[in-house]
Design a protein around this ligand. Structure first.
Ligand code: AMP
Ligand code: TRP
Length: 332
């Protein structure tokens, strides 16, 4: 059986990178796989979250997914903390995965920065919880943006080591699904940094909650260089900001980069940006309106998440029970 699991941290500022790198792909996969989509609130608190904001952001991510076209009846939608089996399996994986493996994780290095000694233990162990998220459902495929590739390799290594250590063929080795013209959307202010929820400049990203005027302003202010659109992709090698905007246009219009480039070759970026604004507003506008409508009725969202939690628990509980037996935890 083929089963998908994927997650988003409810840390606010859901952005175009989340949409193009992840959520939009999930919408397309929901008809081919059994899908489980999760607001990973336990991952969120690896860095400080104000409790009220965490609750609001959890609902907002759910609203964003539904507004983008994820069907909450067909798929399982829930928040991580409502299914204790994630944390239960994460502890076991803390004892399977090696320090050396986690020490190599680039996301920890980026997030902990210079103050490694001051980072939470949870931030370091984060990838083990992520492996547990996936494997507690025996998910086979994980659609994510490019930045999660290394974590998925760790999940595969952990599944393999668990199977070897206990002499079982229990966990599948989950496959990443990374596809589309924008698997790594970069900041609008700096083509060397990825677009992220935590960038202090709101001009670095287009949020899924931005209205048309805000989108227009951010695209107009997006960093570019003085040259026009080239006529070959090699002409973009040294131009990360230009390349990023082209990738965003291609992804939003469901075309490839070369095709969009041919359409704009020789034209100034100011003209290209004007068309990008129209395109972005036409795709994100309806999602934005629907998100706002859903956020006005939190009881409806909460009912969806409650039902999702029941369905997720029903899948995860028998699996964690089997894991406990394999590990040798006495059930008196
Ligand atoms: P996060 O915001 O870190 O919880 O990420 C949620 C999903 O969005 C993951 O699948 C990420 O890989 C994806 N994602 C986050 N930022 C980007 C980005 N800048 N470009 C493409 N995908 C992204
Ligand atoms: N680490 C992912 C991110 O920051 C979020 C995440 C948590 C996730 N658990 C997951 C993604 C399991 C896929 C599968 O984007």
């Amino acid at each position: 059986m083929q089963r998908i699991f994927s997650g988003v941290q409810p840390t606010g500022n859901l952005h175009l990178g989340n949409y193009l790198g992840a959520i939009r792909n999930w919408v397309r996969l929901q008809n081919q796989y059994e899908c489980i989509f999760c607001m990973v609130d336990q991952h969120a608190i690896t860095v400080w979250q104000d409790p009220k904001d965490l609750i609001r952001n959890t609902r907002e991510v759910a609203a964003g997914m539904i507004a983008a076209g994820i069907d909450p009846e067909k798929n399982v939608l829930f928040n991580q903390s409502t299914v204790p089996a994630h944390a239960q399996l994460a502890w076991i994986f803390n004892c399977v995965a090696r320090m050396g493996w986690l020490n190599r994780m680039t996301q920890f290095k980026e997030k902990a920065g210079k103050h490694k000694e001051n980072a939470s233990v949870g931030l370091f162990a984060y990838p083990n919880l992520m492996s547990a998220d996936i494997l507690v459902y025996k998910a086979t495929h994980v659609p994510v943006g490019e930045d999660q590739k290394q974590h998925l390799e760790l999940a595969r290594d952990t599944a393999q080591k668990f199977n070897n250590d206990y002499g079982v063929d229990f966990f599948p080795l989950p496959e990443p699904l990374i596809f589309g013209a924008a698997t790594r959307v970069m900041s609008l202010r700096d083509g060397a940094k990825k677009m992220s929820k935590s960038d202090e400049s709101d001009y670095s990203r287009i949020n899924m909650t931005d209205d048309a005027d805000t989108i227009a302003l951010k695209v107009r202010k997006a960093k570019t260089d003085l040259f026009p659109m080239p006529d070959s992709l090699e002409g973009l090698d040294e131009r990360p900001e230009a390349s990023n905007l082209l990738g965003i246009y291609a992804a939003l219009s469901d075309r490839d980069k070369a095709e969009v480039m041919a359409q704009f070759a020789g034209r100034q970026f100011s003209e290209f940006k004007a068309e990008l604004v129209d395109l972005a507003v036409s795709v994100l506008g309806p999602i934005n309106t629907e998100m706002k409508r859903l956020m006005d009725d939190t009881t409806h969202i909460d009912a969806i998440l409650k039902k999702g939690a029941e369905r997720a628990n029903a899948i995860a509980q028998p699996i964690i029970r089997d894991v406990y037996d394999i590990v040798g935890f006495l059930r008196p």
